[in-house]
Design a binder for this molecule. Structure first.
Ligand SMILES: NC(=O)c1ccc[n+]([C@@H]2O[C@H](COP(=O)([O-])OP(=O)(O)OC[C@H]3O[C@@H](n4cnc5c(N)ncnc54)[C@H](O)[C@@H]3O)[C@@H](O)[C@H]2O)c1
Length: 360
């Protein structure tokens, strides 16, 4: 059973799993994430996937779905996912992401108390600025960036004394420090699941995902998926707005690589006790990825503007240390960014040409 299984990652996961087992998707087809609901339904049904339309905030609908499905594994992906938007809708984000998870726990306890495994789509956002080193190369803690620094163009992460720090790849040894409402709700999901299933037959696996991109991500949702947003803007001939000084770094990992990590997390004999970080393990600046995507989509590579604008809750650098994923799951990303961007560009072009016919 996949909550949020009609979404970008969920639908891809459902399609990958349907040859191995019976798959049920539970999803409310949140309009912000879905612009072609009949087509998505048809695609899922074509794979023999059961689709239950329901809201994770509704204990009755969720309980009935869990009781009917009696799953061996639940992948919990249903969520509101916009970091920037969460700042303006804290109650809604808490309701869906936190209360939704609490309802899921209660549904499992009531209807499948012997559920073997639940796997959460966690987020690297829980780290905030993530692991850093000071000028002497020692591990150092970055505090949340201050609005007045950002307004003066001081974008680098800093320690509490104001000294600039150098970011390094982050893994679960980094203390959590969520910098947005979305990130706080994602951390709460982790806490709730590990606490509620402690000492029960249900094993909890948590993947902290970096920036997942690829075919199938809504190009109409303005709140999530920077590369999908860029695809739409490029296709419309618009100039890309690049925030801060263009040197924000993200770790872009293709959705198919992420799906493999979910499958492995379900298949390992015992899921790792520690959280597992999933990313490409390489940082790419937003400026560099924008230029490559412009080229892939046949637009001039300089059709962008570095604006200096900044957003609450945005962090500066994100790169995963993926050595645990290799050691514990035998996972490594397989698709280089250049290939993944070419696939995304091709899919976006099809999608924009004939939205109803395009498939993820
Ligand atoms: N895409 C990324 O880069 C990324 C990175 C880190 C973590 N994640 C996590 O992965 C998961 C999936 O993200 P995605 O990118 O596929 O997003 P998405 O928006 O495409 O998918 C989320 C799905 O959840 C459904 N949903 C939302 N509210 C719901 C509700 N109240 N009841 C039932 N279903 C509901 C939506 O309809 C959608 O199909 C999320 O938990 C997200 O936090 C994603």
């Amino acid at each position: 059973m996949i909550t949020g299984g009609a979404g970008f990652i969920g639908a891809r996961l459902a399609a990958a799993l349907c040859d191995r087992c019976h798959v049920t998707v539970f999803d409310n087809f949140n309009p912000q994430a879905h612009d072609a609901v009949p087509q998505t339904r048809m695609r899922l049904s074509r794979h023999g996937i059961d689709v239950i339309t329901g809201d994770i905030r509704d204990p009755r609908e969720l309980g009935a779905a869990v009781a009917r499905t009696r799953p061996d594994v639940i992948y919990h992906l249903a969520a509101e996912t916009g970091t920037g938007q969460s700042f303006f809708k804290p109650a809604h984000y808490t309701d869906v992401n936190v209360m939704g998870t609490a309802h899921l726990i209660e549904a499992v306890r009531r209807h499948v108390p012997d559920l073997p495994r639940i796997i959460l789509a966690g987020s690297r956002s829980v780290y905030g600025e993530g692991s850093c080193r000071d000028a002497a190369g020692r591990p150092a803690i970055a505090v949340e960036r201050r609005q007045d620094d950002l307004a003066r163009g001081l974008f680098q992460p800093r320690d509490r004394f104001g000294a600039a720090l150098t970011p390094v790849p982050t893994d679960a040894t980094c203390p959590v420090a969520p910098a947005s409402v979305y990130a706080s709700t994602k951390l709460m999901q982790e806490y709730l699941l590990t606490q509620a299933f402690w000492g029960t037959p249900t094993q909890v696996g948590i993947l902290r995902l970096q920036n997942v991109y690829g075919p199938g991500q809504s190009i109409n949702n303005p709140y999530t998926g920077v590369l999908s947003i860029f695809c739409r803007q490029i296709a419309e001939g618009r100039v890309l707005d690049i925030y801060e000084d263009g040197q924000i770094t993200r770790d872009f990992v293709l959705v198919d690589d992420v799906v493999r990590a979910f499958v492995l997390m379900a298949e390992v004999t015992t899921p790792p006790q520690e959280v597992v970080d999933i990313g490409a393990g390489q940082g790419t600046t937003i400026l560099a990825v924008a230029r490559t995507l412009l080229t892939c989509m046949g637009a001039p590579a300089d059709r962008y503007a570095v604006t200096g604008a900044f957003r609450p809750g945005d962090i500066r650098h994100a790169v995963a240390d993926i050595s645990r994923a290799a050691a514990l799951l035998g996972w490594a990303p397989q698709v280089p960014l250049s290939d993944g961007l070419a696939r995304l560009a091709a899919w976006s072009r099809d999608q924009l040409r004939a939205p109803a016919a395009a498939s993820g």
